[in-house]
Design a protein around this ligand. Sequence first.
Ligand SMILES: Nc1ncnc2c1ncn2[C@@H]1O[C@H](COP(=O)(O)OP(=O)(O)OP(=O)(O)O)[C@@H](O)[C@H]1O
Length: 268
Amino acid sequence: MTPGPAAVEVRGLRHTFGDTVAVDDLDLTVQPGEIFGLLGPNGAGKTTTIRVITTLLPPMAGSVTVFGLDVNGRKMAVRRLVGYVPQLLSADGALSGRENVALFARLFDVPRAQRRERTAAAIDAMGLSEAADRPASTYSGGMVRRLELAQALVSSPRLLILDEPTIGLDPVARSGVWERILDVRQQTGMTVLVTTHYMDEAEQYCDRVALMHRGRIRAMGTPGELIASLDGAGESLDDVFRSYTGDDLDSGGFRDVRAARRTARRLG
Ligand SMILES: Nc1ncnc2c1ncn2[C@@H]1O[C@H](COP(=O)(O)OP(=O)(O)OP(=O)(O)O)[C@@H](O)[C@H]1O
């Protein structure tokens, strides 16, 4: 039997903004059903890579396919396969959680007869059933993030792409988000591509990771493989990152994420 196409296949991707090379000759393969972490500090090129995969930016050079479909030639077909949760808020605080998710069901052409049921299922999968009819402005940061995940899940995407899903959340809310992601993956076999700069989360939850720095992939493998590649010279993905880039992740160009991101704040 010939294997099916990869969930994401990136070959020789390059993207620049003026003189800034955001993504530089990047190769990446995400296999169906895996949770793949794209890791790196601010400015590494993660969001740009994701924007190309989600068809929001065109590749300037190289090729990108999603389940075998080219992001350039088959843009609409790719969009139907992908659920995307960007860094910034997309939920409307004046609407209830259920209304927010139902809006996405309409936007993503979920058949009318299935909308109510699929909306309820997505809300339930994110543990928000009890709060579903309250305005989203009353939700905590972790609940807002889970609401955004429910919005992305209502169209039953084959590939879920999450840009820094836990940034700014407290540790309990962070593990709550991850546990829901793991549950959905287990139940649906969905592929998950996630960016994060939390190495501890990647180590715990991702099947494979790629370490990205200054537009390039510096190392790729399971967290265990990457740590083993240090031959005892380190014991965490932080150590792996330092070893491959020479940089300390915490001083490697991080902005103050609390100021930069509104994700964890309550909706006003
Ligand atoms: N629209 C844009 N215009 C100009 N430069 C950009 C633009 N978007 C990104 N860049 C630059 O491209 C580089 C990569 O940015 P990108 O957002 O992809 O990195 P990142 O790893 O996702 O970091 P972050 O976590 O901050 O989003 C950075 O130097 C950034 O300043």
